[in-house]
Design a protein around this ligand. Structure first.
Ligand code: FAQ
Length: 316
């Protein structure tokens, strides 16, 4: 039997050659656990992320907006399902993953603990939250674990539709009345900083980045992605004619990037630790949905058992 150091060396060489790792391949236990953590957090984020927008389905300003919003929210549910399936390939059951979310042991993205207060927030979530998700996720289409990378390809295509529908909502508001434009500005004011926090703590304080870069789970660091998001998004705000709420935001010719102000990391950690404006509400909603769905799960299992019994009876 090969010793562990040799297996680990060969594993790293495969990663360095740019090969994908597949579920049945040998992998270090820490690589497996890191993926279970990251992919399941991502899946939970998609599912919890349905809640702030779900809150607006009955209040869309037109039928066209309702159809688009419904489709977007269903897509997020679908993303959660692909990602739960990808996580299951690492030897953990879906029930266990749900249990981790419902018990508060698993994290999900900080951004979904903020409230969606106005219709303009549907625009800001699409534009900024999906926009940030795309920047992060395009890198993940090249992540080293095959099932995760493949799930991300489809997810990214759908996220780009989401981002456009959000931007179009804001464009319509910004070209509308002064009150509508003010609503769009207010929404940007509230969602800007939490969107920057989505990329995670600064590199110097990130626990996992260094190892995840070596394993090509991450191809770019939290700070690199955050900067890319700011550079892409500020010109889009200019087109809308609304102002990013950062007095220190300034184009830096030498760096070829925007300089930006200090992020409130205390707020970020408070939200991550469960003390954000909506953490309790979000978890209560997920637990309630799980409990209310029990009879559906039971019925599906009873049906599957009956069918299996019939098939066995037919076979003997
Ligand atoms: N919120 O060492 P790092 C979406 C935690 S999907 C909460 O830098 P890492 C679609 C982190 O887990 C959005 N916790 O960690 C949509 C770790 O704690 P742990 C979700 C956070 O993993 C749009 C600790 O801090 N996307 O939006 C956050 O290397 C609209 C130290 O951090 C993904 O999950 C945070 N923002 O980098 C849906 C993408 N940031 O686990 C509906 C995949 C960090 O040791 C509507 N994930 N933490 O207890 C990733 O790329 C990475 O996991 C990062 C964090 C970049 C999020």
């Amino acid at each position: 039997m090969k010793d562990l150091a040799k297996l680990e060396k060969e594993f790293q060489e495969r990663i360095d050659r740019g090969e994908n790792i597949e579920p049945k391949d040998w992998m270090p236990e820490k690589y497996r656990k890191t993926h279970i953590r990251q992919i399941s957090q991502h899946a939970h984020s998609e599912v919890v992320g349905m809640l702030p927008e779900g809150n607006w389905i009955t209040r869309t300003p037109s039928l066209r907006r309702k159809v688009a919003l419904l489709a977007k929210i269903q897509d997020e549910g679908g993303h959660g399902l692909y990602l739960y399936s990808a996580t299951e390939t690492l030897g953990i059951s879906r029930d266990e993953l749900y249990e981790q979310l419902h018990s508060g042991r698993a994290k999900y993205s900080s951004i979904f603990n903020y409230p969606a207060l106005t219709w303009a927030d549907m625009g800001a979530i699409g534009w900024l939250v999906d926009g940030a998700a795309i920047i992060n996720q395009v890198m993940l289409t090249r992540t080293s674990y095959g099932p995760y990378a493949r799930a991300m390809v489809r997810i990214c295509k759908e996220e780009s539709f989401h981002q456009r529908q959000g931007y179009e909502i804001l464009l319509t508001l910004c070209r509308g009345t002064a009150v509508q434009k003010a609503m769009a500005q207010d929404s940007l004011n509230r969602w800007w900083w939490p969107s920057l926090m989505m990329f995670g703590p600064p590199d110097a304080e990130s626990t996992h980045t260094e190892q995840s870069m070596k394993w090509k789970i991450k191809r770019k660091t939290n700070d690199e992605l955050r900067q890319q998001f700011i550079d892409n998004t500020v010109p889009q705000a200019d087109i809308l004619g609304i102002k990013v709420p950062d007095p220190d935001l300034k184009w830096n010719e030498e760096r070829g990037h925007y300089d930006f102000g200090e992020i409130n990391w205390d707020e970020f950690w408070q939200v991550v630790k469960g003390h954000g404006p909506c953490n309790k509400e979000r978890m209560d909603a997920r637990r309630k949905a799980w409990n209310n769905g029990e009879w559906v799960r039971d019925a599906a299992i009873a049906y599957a058992d009956k069918k299996a019994e019939k098939n066995i009876a037919k076979a003997v």
